[in-house]
Design a protein around this ligand. Structure first.
Ligand SMILES: C[S@@+](CC[C@H](N)C(=O)[O-])C[C@H]1O[C@@H](n2cnc3c(N)ncnc32)[C@H](O)[C@@H]1O
Length: 276
């Protein structure tokens, strides 16, 4: 007589897994719940979700005074107005800035791999560039690509206020042209941070590998690879940026020249290693 053995289901043990389970239970028992029970259950789920980011901030080493000042100045700038008066070539917004926890993560990676030459694709007001520069040795260099001259000047003013700003060289222009220029000049980098036009991510990635701008064994960090969840939500709801990131993630996953991990940090951060 054969016995049917039921496979045990693993219980959720991560904040997101527990949240998903709580919401699933609410959905399944909605018609049996009183308004008070529903409110209590939703409140529990909300506390679990809302508490995560502040807790990450709290447990992460504080940003330097220069980074804190730059974040504050970026938040105070009237970006919408700057675009409409023609000062910026793109519509920019303070939410583009990576911020404290991601900045500290990039800084930590820079220390961990002892990077000396770093390339940033998409600088905005320079928060991530300055965070990385703080971890570079005194003879290290970060080349930052930015298409918007107003933002580039905004960032450079902040770099002048930091003892680490001298390690940053800004290249103003479309990133793909700058990458080609750097490759033609025989430049190479041991760490690259990609955070510019989402629809060009595949081209940045392929250019870095095909031109040897990224050294064998070097690392790329790529921002926004979860794109607000659009990459795993139903395809019909994707924006053009969501579609571009979904394709980018597939291209990277299928490329045998690299290995990678997608971390659910902020809006998703993929770490890619070029195999030696
Ligand atoms: C998300 S922001 C970068 C944020 C920055 N890395 C930080 O952490 O604070 C993206 C930036 O990329 C720039 N950008 C967009 N398309 C670009 C392109 N084709 N070439 C160069 N820069 C570009 C935008 O002007 C914007 O400043």
């Amino acid at each position: 007589m054969s016995q049917v053995v039921e496979k045990p289901t693993a219980r959720p043990v991560t904040p997101l897994g527990i949240l998903a389970k709580q919401l699933e239970t609410i959905l399944q028992t909605l018609d049996k719940m009183s308004a008070d029970e529903l409110q209590a259950n939703l409140n529990q789920a909300w506390l679990l979700a809302a508490g995560l980011d502040p807790y990450l901030e709290e447990c992460t080493t504080r940003e330097s005074p220069a980074l804190a000042a730059l974040a504050q100045k970026t938040a105070q700038e009237a970006w919408n107005q700057r675009f409409h008066e023609g000062a910026t070539v793109r519509e920019l917004e303070q939410e583009m800035l990576s911020g404290h926890v991601e900045g500290q993560t990039l800084k930590m990676f820079t220390h961990m791999i002892k990077a000396k030459k770093v390339l940033e694709v998409g600088m905005f007001t320079g928060y991530s560039a300055l965070a990385i520069a703080e971890a570079l040795p005194s003879d290290g260099e970060l080349v930052a690509c930015e298409v918007d001259p107003y933002t580039a000047e905004f960032a450079q003013a902040a770099f002048r206020e930091s003892p680490h700003g001298g390690k940053i060289r800004v290249e103003v222009g479309p990133a793909l042209s700058t990458l080609q220029k750097l490759a033609d000049a025989g430049q190479s980098f041991d760490f690259v941070f990609i955070d510019a036009d989402k629809r060009e991510y595949v081209k940045y990635f392929q250019t870095l590998l095909e031109t040897d701008l990224l050294v064998p064994g070097g690392f790329i960090c790529v921002d926004n690879t979860l794109l607000q969840g659009q990459v795993y939500l139903p395809e019909e709801n994707r924006t053009p940026n969501g579609e571009a990131i979904a394709q980018f993630n597939q291209v990277v996953a299928a490329d045998s020249r690299v290995e990678q991990v997608l971390l659910p940090l902020r809006d998703g951060l993929t770490i890619i290693r070029r195999l030696p």
